[in-house]
Design a protein around this ligand. Sequence first.
Ligand code: TIU
Length: 222
Amino acid sequence: MAEIKAEPFPFPVKHDRLALIVIDMQRDFAEPGGFGASLGNDVSRITRIVPDVKRLIQGFRDAGLPVIHTMECHKPDLSDLPPAKRNRGNPALRIGDEGPMGRILITGEPGTEILPELAPLKSEIVIEKPGKGAFYATELCDVLQQKGIKQLVFAGVTTEVCVQTTMREANDRGYECLLAEEATESYFPEFKAAAIAMIRAQGAIVGWTAHVDDILESIAYA
Ligand code: TIU
């Protein structure tokens, strides 16, 4: 059986069942004036992973494997935004407010778009999600079933929020999950490290973690 070098033990990869899911690589999380910055975060940490996310996406494209993108966003009328989410914390700008890149985390606004370097191809699926997890209130489950996907490689932001939430949702739905370590980031380095540790603890209780180079090497020879 083919394997990807991973922790806590090799990932038993089935190349014909594998897809990449890139979580929320949006301007709102990576650029000044967006949602991430409005929460008081240093967004420069996010832009630093763009080259690794990009080469992971390219590797999947070159191998002819599916690439799925997600975007955290809400309808302009905010009907899919619970007050409990809008009112959380004390952000400088709340979801739906007008910011320097348009309305924060609203579908179709410039700041809500995926970073141009990582833009989806027209042929690739983009899941718009109102929650942190990509399975909640989206068509993701149907898409994966239609494509016969059983294993997901994860990239994107933030490691302990939308990435980990989606990994846990996927794990409970029977998907085998592998997190690409250099292709994910948090605003808090200690939270990224903790998320990676807790995902792969207890014999991969949520999933595996691996280096981008090892994932790329495996799919190049699929
Ligand atoms: N995509 C995602 O992780 N949404 C967040 O709000 N993350 C934070 O860490 N705030």
